[in-house]
Each structure stands twice: as C-alpha cells, then as structure tokens.
Write a protein of this length. Structure first.
Length: 396
C-alpha cells in the first residue's frame, strides 16, 4: 500500500478527525498510488494516522476512509459503514416509516463522496469522489443487501466529479427499470420524482421538515414561492390552507412537473395556484413595482456560492432577493429564506439578510433557524457538511 506523508505540523487536522487532506498539506507520496487507491496517511515523523482514498487530480488530495490505522478498507468495510448509517436513521422517530429519505450522507456517514437516497423500493446512488468510484460495485452491493431494494439507479453527474478527474456516469446499476417518474408521499402530498433528469437525485429531501413548517404557517395566507422547482413548498402551502400561491421558476420543465404534481392531489384546489415561468430576480422587481403584497414568502434559490471564492458575488445575489422579499411582505408577514451554498456560512447569511431588511426599511426578527432534515446529519468534525441554512423572519 502506498503512503501519503504529511508536512510537519499538518497532521493536526487529521488528529481532529477532519476527513479532507488538501494538496498543500502533502509532503510526498511513497509508492505508486493511482486515482481512488487506498493510501496510508502518515505524519512527518512516521506515525500512521489512518487510511484514505487518493485523488491526484483534486485539491483534496485524500479523503479519509478511517482514522483507525488497523482498519482494512475492503468490501466488509463498506458493508459496516452502510449498516451503521441505516441504523442511525432507524433510531430516529421522525424518520420512522418514511420511504423517501437519505440513507447515506457522504462524509457525515463516514463515506466521503457517497450519497444514496431511497424512494420506495428504488435507490439512487451518487458518487462524486475518486475513492467512491473505485469502490462503486462494493458500495452498490452493500446497499442492495442492507435495504432489500429492488433497483439502483446511478446519478453520478455532479460537477464535483470533474475536479476528481472523473467523467459523469448515469444509468441503472441493478434491477428492472420501473415506470417513471416515481411517486412519493410527503406530509400527505403526492409528488413525482424524476430520478433520471431531475435535480440532484430527483428531489430535495433535505427540505422535508421545512416544507412541513411552511404547511403549518400557510393557513389563510397569500404565499409567494420563488425558485419553486417542482412545487414542493407550493403544494404544502396549498395543503396547509393558503388562500393563494404564486410559484416562480425560470425552468419550464420544472413548472410542468409542478403542475403534474398538483394534479396528483385532487383534494387541492388548482384555482388557488399560479405557475409563472420567468427570471425570479426580474419578477421580484416587477411585483414590487406593481405594489403586490404577500403574507408568506419562500426564497429557496440554487447554489450561488459553491465555494468561499464565490462568496462576494453570491452575497450580492442573496442580498437582492431578500431585499425584494422584505419589500413584498405585508405587515406581520413571514419570510422563509434559504442558502444551500457551502461558501456562505450561517453568520454571513444572517448578516446578508439583516442588511436586506435594513435597506428595505423594515424591522424583522428571526423566529426560527432552519437546517436540513435529520437524515442529512452534520458530523461535528466536518462543519463543511452544514450546507443548508435557513431563517424564518417576521416583519413588523
């Protein structure tokens, strides 16, 4: 086995059990490690600190599989880690009986670069690191064995793969192709999940609890849902008793899916829903200019800052949409605003939202802080895993 030798003093993050080793921390490689190969991680004085997956193309040169130098990285290792991930979720009452949930959440489940979501008897597997790619067959086999699911679809097409020197890979790994799209139920609302062409693995499972909160807040309110995608927040608002819901997105296909989702729920009144295909930034300005007002606004934009290097530009975009969000609220209205950008921390996000409220000349208070659902845990040693952050603000 090849060995990765760290520069003097650079073992500190490994001793703190952080799973990423950047190229600048590496003194040299002893041996001929190839992409995805398991390497021993050693300090400058020769202490073996663990084992990880080598990635010669990435700035993250190694992702740690295990901080136990004696642990073997083999098929049995992945069976253990996957069984542990499933057991953690089985112990959480709020996940009991759910057939749409995240089973493996990458570094936070001790499996860097491995994401697996379950939709009924179908698993969607996304592999984004060289190490995960190397152990692809073992990971898929372990998931099938642990869950008993009938099929596995691979959605390894995230941009992160290019940083690892990997090509995108999508297709059926196991089982017969089902009738698509899949249909799930969340908080009494039925939704289509397009695992082939949809975002991520087909659905934003991380927002499950936040959609439930919206449902509780929506009764009797006029709701504006921006960046609505396939209507998850919109349908929960209607289910919760909203008197109207305007949903905006720039994607025509996403809005078509949203309308299809509404049709799957005949108990919801389609006359209360309006779908608008347009640029959200421009439409927020137009609505404000027209004097429109809403009781509850959802701002759930795409990732504006994938890394800290993009934070400054992203901050301007977040400031813009939140400024108009506040301007469009009625007195006593509620803004549910989110960032899924890893490059924007919660302190910076709150500062941006506070600046937007000041520029909108409104007094606003945070009444709740939001994050991803419990099947998207954050490892304490890996704060980078806390990508989704949200604020519920009330004005007046």
């Amino acid at each position: 086995m090849s060995q990765l030798i760290l520069k003097p003093g650079r073992e500190r993050s490994v001793l703190r059990r952080h799973p990423w080793i950047f190229d600048g921390a590496v003194e040299r490689i002893v041996g001929r490690a190839k992409s995805g190969d398991t390497v021993e991680i050693a300090s400058a004085d020769g202490r073996v600190l663990g084992k990880g997956a080598f990635s010669p193309e990435s700035r993250i040169r190694t992702r740690v599989w295990s901080f136990d130098p004696a642990e073997t990285i083999d098929d049995a290792f992945f069976k253990r880690r996957i069984a542990q991930a499933l057991a953690r979720r089985a112990a959480l009452p709020d996940l009991a009986g759910r057939q749409a949930l995240r089973l493996v959440h990458a570094e936070s489940d001790g499996l860097p670069g491995v994401i697996c979501d379950r939709y009924g008897d179908t698993l969607v597997l996304a592999l984004s690191s060289a190490g995960a790619e190397k152990w692809r067959d073992a990971i898929a086999a372990a998931l099938i064995k642990a869950t008993g699911c009938a099929r596995v679809y691979e959605r390894s097409d995230a941009d992160l793969r290019t940083l690892e020197g990997l090509l995108p890979r999508c297709g059926w790994l196991h089982g017969d192709e089902p009738v698509l799209p899949l249909v799930i139920e969340e908080s009494g609302v039925r939704m289509e999940v397009d695992i082939v062409a949809g975002h991520k693995t087909g659905f934003y499972l991380d927002q499950r609890d936040n959609r439930q909160l919206l449902k509780q807040l929506a009764c009797g309110r006029r709701v504006l849902n921006c960046f609505c995608y396939t209507g998850g927040f919109s349908l929960q608002a209607l289910s919760g008793g909203a008197v109207s819901v305007l949903s905006i997105d720039s994607s025509g296909p996403a809005l078509t899916s949203a309308a299809n989702n509404l049709a799957l729920n005949p108990e919801l009144d389609p006359g209360l829903a309006q779908w608008r295909e347009t640029d959200v930034f421009s439409e927020l300005r137009a609505l404000a200019a027209a004097g429109e007002k809403y009781d509850l606004i959802v701002l759930d934009p795409p990732k504006f800052a994938p890394s800290p290097a993009h934070a400054e530009r992203a901050a301007r975009a977040y400031k813009d949409i939140n400024l108009y969000g506040f301007r469009l609220l009625c007195p006593g209205g509620i803004l549910m605003t989110y960032s899924c950008s890893g490059g924007i921390g919660i302190e910076l996000f709150q500062k941006i939202v506070a600046g937007a409220a000041q520029d909108a000349h409104v007094e606003a208070r945070i009444i709740r802080r939001l994050s991803a659902a419990s099947d998207h845990p954050v490892l304490l040693d890996f704060p980078e895993g806390e990508y989704l952050k949200g604020l519920v603000c009330q004005v007046g």
